[in-house]
Design a protein around this ligand. Structure first.
Ligand code: GTP
Ligand code: MG
Length: 310
């Protein structure tokens, strides 16, 4: 059994099945996950002081996409057996996938970094673009190195991540918005608050590219005089489809539009991982530039608000 009294416990309901079992039966259990990645599990409905077994997530070997169950799981060892752990709740599943990835990559320090909040630059990033261009996929690839084939339309999801770039700490709050027409207005409040906008179109869908014009008008309207302080990055998604003869927008067209907007531009693929990290690095450094510009344009302190008595 995992030692009691550790600082942080996370309790959740999960399902598991035995590896290699011919009968695909899922067992419901409660899990207590501890900060050191050990866990106890309990039979559903039973007292949570009497674990049925325990395990160690640091023995995680791989992250698997289970085609048959259309669900993400990762494999680990519990009580001398191999298990598939399945999380019912999307957020928990994704968080633990992140933890699992950290372990796999030997990046325990990434997790420690997660807890330390001193000297951080805060940035609000909002991702917009037409429905199904791949906004969520782009974000999940960045956050968890994870790709989902199935399309699940977004209403609104906020993600938080800490990153260290060139020795500076950043705390990014990234808002994934709805591309579907009827929910698009929900994004307006976030656009008003944003430090950066990542504006997506699909290189395999001309309609989504033409939609950029509508988005540009919206941004100008929402930010009015403040648009100069907004870091905008245009992202042409699904660049892997170019190899399948499905490109409808050339790179040059994308570049041209970004020049018109006076913003940054990249083409990405969430399947292949192309330019995903780069897109966020570009966003972070562009926000830094915009902040410096804003700072430089600000009148010196002693010349503002000074009351002159004559
Ligand atoms: N080939 C390819 N398909 C992708 C890529 N990114 C996303 N997709 C697929 O495109 C579909 C839509 O992706 P989402 O990320 O859900 O799109 P979205 O922009 O978030 O859509 P809304 O939430 O409705 O606005 C899904 O089936 C994805 O698997 C990519 O880089 N390459
Ligand atoms: Mg989405």
């Amino acid at each position: 059994m995992a030692a009691e009294g550790k600082k942080k416990q996370i309790l959740f309901e999960g399902r598991f099945q035995k590896r290699g079992s011919s009968v695909r039966t899922w067992h419901v259990r409660y899990f207590k996950l501890y900060e050191d990645f050990t866990f106890d599990y309990y039979k559903a409905g039973k007292a949570l002081n009497n674990p049925q077994g325990s395990g160690d997530l640091s023995l995680v070997k791989e992250v698997t996409y289970n085609e048959q169950d259309k669900i993400v799981c990762f494999e680990t060892k519990g009580n001398n057996r191999n298990w598939y752990f399945i999380f019912e709740d999307k957020e928990q599943r994704i968080y633990w996938m992140y933890v699992a990835k950290c372990i796999i990559d030997g990046m325990q320090n990434e997790i420690e970094k997660y807890a330390d909040s001193s000297n951080e630059h805060h940035m609000k990033v909002v991702i917009i673009g037409m429905a199904s261009v791949g906004k969520t996929s782009f974000l999940l690839k960045y956050m968890y190195d994870y790709f989902e084939k199935e399309y699940d339309p977004t209403l609104e999801d906020l993600y938080k991540i800490k990153k260290e770039v060139d020795g500076e700490k950043y705390f990014l709050q990234i808002m994934d918005t709805a591309g579907q027409e009827e929910f698009r207005n929900m994004a307006h409040a976030h656009i008003r608050e944003a430090d950066a906008l990542i504006v997506c179109y699909s290189i395999a869908d001309r309609t989504s590219f033409e939609h950029l014009k509508i988005l540009n008008d919206e941004i100008k309207q929402i930010r009015e005089d403040d648009a100069d302080h907004l870091a905008v990055v245009i992202v042409g998604t699904k660049v892997d489809l170019a190899n399948k003869g499905r490109r409808e927008i050339s790179t040059v067209e994308g570049q041209r539009v970004s020049e018109e907007w006076g913003c940054q531009f990249l083409e990405t693929s969430s399947i292949k991982g192309t330019n995903i990290e780069e897109a966020f690095l570009t966003t972070i450094s562009y926000v830094n530039i915009k902040r410096q510009e804003k700072e430089a344009n600000r009148p010196p302190e002693n010349e503002t608000g000074r009351c002159v008595i004559s």
